[in-house]
Write a protein that binds this ligand. Structure first.
Ligand code: NAP
Length: 309
């Protein structure tokens, strides 16, 4: 019988790439959404897709859908990059992740059914910046950074930790910058290139640990299906690039001449506020752990990744 995957945050960038990939492999899907208009959402009329309303902030969730889940993929959370980090937005970024994780745990405690696996999103915001004191790539055992994102990731991961004691195999993917032209950071980097301009943020030397969207989708499905996987894994390609190299690769792929335009760090701080720390931060993250578990990146270099984004 076809297995059922319950997905939270399935209407976002990652979810909307994951859904067709799971359908192609014959899974049935239940998508939890805060939308009351789910009939107008993508795949709403697909016979193997069902939407179910939930709202983590008011603890609304139809527990019955959990009894049908063979696997859970938890992607939900307020977007980190689309609004300025005011105190209210920071609260929403953190609480949307923590409350949704806790709600899933609390409701699973109320029932006897146990999904085979839980795959939860986290982010490489867990890690601090590359420094002389930390020259090696960050690995999963490194402690969380004492920043807003580091603390958010810590609470986010912690919110679903009790699942292990419930006997559910739990995998956490610390996701890097997802590369796709359908959303996220890449269209923002690429837009100025249309005018022949490549903004170089700060020194441009900061390392970006990225993952191509399709590789992330494959890794999520790999995590669901490989019963030997358990715990935290970095979801970043094995070859991070500097921001300058990313702009160069983008221009090369577009067969385009470009003028590098330095954007000073102080200007970014005025423009973006606290969020500027994240675009200026250099974070080199290791992909070794997931590779040692047998995961093969199809798009392991930026040159392979960009054309299919
Ligand atoms: N994209 C990246 O570069 C990247 C990098 C690192 C980590 N991640 C993490 O991976 C996950 C998926 O990323 P994504 O790019 O697909 O995110 P996304 O496009 O922003 O979508 C996230 C989904 O979460 C739900 N959501 C939004 N605000 C919420 C709130 N306040 N409470 C509960 N649910 C809320 C929404 O679904 P409904 O409106 O249907 O409820 C939305 O479609 C996210 O948790 C993200 O932080 C992404």
């Amino acid at each position: 019988m076809a297995k059922t995957v319950l997905i939270t945050g399935g209407t976002g960038l990652v979810g909307m790439a994951l859904v067709p990939a799971l359908l192609q492999q014959g899974y049935q899907l239940i998508l939890l959404t805060r939308s009351r208009q789910s009939h107008s959402l993508p795949y709403a009329t697909h016979p193997a897709v069902r939407y179910s309303y939930w709202n983590p902030s008011s603890a609304e969730l139809d527990t019955d859908v959990l009894t049908k889940a063979d696997h859970i993929v938890h992607l939900a959370g307020a977007n980190v990059a689309d609004k300025r980090w005011t105190a209210a937005r920071k609260k929403e970024i953190a609480s949307s992740r923590v409350l949704s994780g806790r709600l899933l745990v609390d409701r699973l405690k109320e029932i006897t059914h146990r999904p085979l696996s839980f795959v939860g999103a986290s982010a490489i915001g867990w890690y601090g910046a590359d420094t002389k004191d930390h020259p090696a790539p960050f690995v999963e055992n490194d402690p969380p950074d004492a920043s807003f994102l580091g603390e958010t990731c810590r609470q986010w991961e912690e919110s679903t930790a009790p699942l292990t004691a419930l006997g559910i195999r739990r995998v956490i993917l610390r996701i890097g910058i997802v590369l796709s032209r359908k959303g996220g950071a890449l269209p923002e980097f690429e837009r100025p290139l249309r005018f022949g301009i490549a903004p170089i943020l700060g020194s441009g030397k900061q390392m970006i640990s990225w993952i191509q969207l399709q590789d992330l989708v494959t890794m999520i499905i790999f995590s669901l299906e490989q019963s030997t996987l358990q715990g935290v894994y970095n979801a970043t390609s094995p070859r991070p690039v500097s921001q300058y190299s990313l702009m160069k690769a983008l221009a090369r792929q577009r067969k385009q001449f470009f003028i590098p335009v330095p954007v000073p760090a102080f200007f970014l701080k005025v423009l973006m506020g606290e969020m500027s720390i994240e675009v200026l931060k250099s974070t080199t993250v290791s992909a070794s752990k997931i590779e040692q578990c047998g995961f093969c990146f199809q798009y392991d270099t930026i040159e392979k990744a960009l054309p299919i984004c």
